[in-house]
Design a protein around this ligand. Structure first.
Ligand code: CA
Length: 222
């Protein structure tokens, strides 16, 4: 969780850095638009606080460039306070707008709000990698060491279910309820047959560990 502060005014930057760090945030600081875009590109930034008047690029241009490849929340912090600027900034993809001068409490509240919104709109996980085993929920494909392996729809559902938490032992009853949508325990034989088939296709029984009397867990083999 790293916040990127883009601010060329030394005094303002120092005050914000102190304030944000006092509030428990990890903060990275750059003084130009080009550096800001490069930092976001490298990844790991959870929110950007962006000044508009920068030495190289205008902040609105920085915002545009970041939006070309990233959905990271951006809060514009500027002394330009006309309604026009506010509209422009939101139109080019910023999430919020703070007019200088502002207090650290106000900024922290805005950061928490944009991060909450960002988390709420995050798409569900569609890609699981357990060592050399890769499961893609979007295309419903599985590959091992880069080679595709064909699974039946139920085999895939079961494997994907276990892949949500590799190493965790899922109970038989929960697997039947969530994957087979049934509570009929006669189907545990079906479950065992699927496990046998998956192990065979993956080339090793070790991928799907059976815990006697409990259930199954996906284990990383390689
Ligand atoms: Ca400035």
């Amino acid at each position: 969780m790293t916040i990127l502060l883009v601010e060329d005014d030394r005094a303002i930057a120092d005050a914000l850095l102190d304030g944000l760090r006092d509030n428990g945030y990890i903060v990275d600081h750059v003084v130009s638009g080009a550096e800001a875009v490069a930092k976001v590109k490298r990844g790991g930034i959870t929110t950007v606080i962006l000044d508009l008047g920068l030495p190289d690029l205008d902040g609105t241009e920085v915002c545009r460039r970041i939006r070309a490849f990233s959905h990271v929340p951006i809060i514009v912090a500027s002394a330009r306070e006309t309604e026009m600027d506010r509209v422009t900034v939101l139109e080019i993809g910023a999430d919020d707008y703070l007019v200088k001068p502002f207090g650290i409490k106000e900024l922290v509240a805005r950061i928490n709000a944009v991060m909450r919104r960002a988390l709420g709109t995050t798409s569900p996980i569609t890609h699981f990698a357990v060592g050399s085993l890769v499961i893609d929920s979007k295309t419903r494909t599985v590959s091992l060491d880069g080679l595709d392996i064909a699974f039946t729809p139920k085999e895939f559902d079961f494997l994907e279910y276990l892949a949500h938490e590799p190493g965790t032992v899922f109970r038989r009853a929960d697997i039947l309820r969530d994957v087979w949508k049934t509570t009929w325990y006669g189907t545990t034989k079906t479950l065992d047959a699927h496990v046998a088939s998956i192990r065979k296709k993956l080339g090793s029984p070790d991928w799907v560990e059976s815990v006697r009397g409990v259930g199954f867990a996906l284990r990383q083999v390689r």
